[in-house]
Design a protein around this ligand. Structure first.
Ligand code: NAD
Ligand code: ZN
Length: 245
């Protein structure tokens, strides 16, 4: 047991070692398409077939992928820390599927701030469902209102879900964190840097794990320039054993 309060923030880099491409990395392109041009409401309006094709391919790739040691280390920290929240920008389900000694990372300990790729929701009404197994070949239509359905993710230029923001804010309001770990994100969204900096207490650690420098680096008390799957297991072991002295 770690008698402390922890916030972990992750991005696409944490799933890279599971074979899932990042958006901005050199392998992160699909048929020479820039994801920033596909993951937008305008792209969906102009060419829903193309956008769905891309999401179906990503879903398929994810169904075949497995969590890596980074996801497992985070599941361990979640199971061990007295207070824990994971805020992930990842829309995949690899955090949710990672286990520590048979224990899943519980949904109440995780906020998917950019949504869930396996959710299909109506673009016209509130209807939504989870498509975990297989996808239709056609663009899905809403069984309630007939409008086109879309992936349940937050696209570039869209608002975050206010209920999910509330969950993050609620955790931050409860008090400063002993450790804030930010792994595998370019930290290009202002709220990511802001949450990380605000969460860490005066004597707390702000640890960045990323092979490259990011806008967050200047605020980090420790920078680990290694892949997440390499760095996180050891870091979590040291946090957990430190507190049991
Ligand atoms: P990004 O693609 O912009 O950047 C990836 C970051 O990870 C980079 O800073 C890179 O240096 C770092 N990185 C690469 N390999 C790493 C590794 N092995 N270990 C640690 N770090 C590594 O990702 P982002 O900042 O998360 O923002 C992109 C947006 O795209 C997010 O909104 C996210 O929802 C979405 N996205 C999600 C997934 C997913 O769910 N797996 C994949 C791609 C993009
Ligand atoms: Zn509908």
């Amino acid at each position: 047991m770690f008698n402390g309060r922890v916030l972990v923030i992750t991005g696409a880099g944490v799933s890279a070692e599971s074979g899932i491409p990042t958006f901005r990395g050199k392998d992160g392109y699909w048929r020479n398409w820039d994801p920033a041009k596909l993951a937008t409401p305008t792209a969906f309006q102009n060419d829903p077939d193309l956008v769905w094709e891309w999401y179906r391919e990503r879903r398929k790739q994810l169904r075949a992928a497995q969590p890596n040691p980074a996801h497992e280390a985070i599941a361990r920290l979640a199971a061990t820390a007295e207070e824990f929240l994971l805020v992930t920008q990842n829309v995949d389900d690899l955090h949710a599927r990672a286990k520590w000694e048979g224990t899943d990372l519980l949904p109440e300990k995780m906020v998917q701030i950019h949504g869930d790729i396996f959710v299909t929701r109506c673009s016209g009404c509130e209807f939504s469902r989870r498509d975990l197994r297989e996808d239709e070949k056609e663009i899905p239509k809403c069984p309630d209102c007939g409008a086109l359905m879309r992936p349940g993710v937050v696209w570039f230029g869209e608002q975050l879900d206010s209920r999910e923001i509330e969950r993050v804010e609620g955790y931050l309001h409860q008090g400063p964190c002993d450790a804030v770990i930010v792994a595998g994100t370019t930290a290009l969204f202002g709220y990511i840097v802001e949450w990380a900096v605000r969460a860490v207490g005066e004597s707390g650690r702000l640890i960045e794990i990323n092979p490259e420098e990011t806008p967050l680096s200047q605020f980090a008390t420790e920078q680990i320039r290694e892949p997440a799957g390499v760095a996180l297991p050891g870091l979590v072991t040291s946090i957990v054993s430190d507190s049991s002295r």
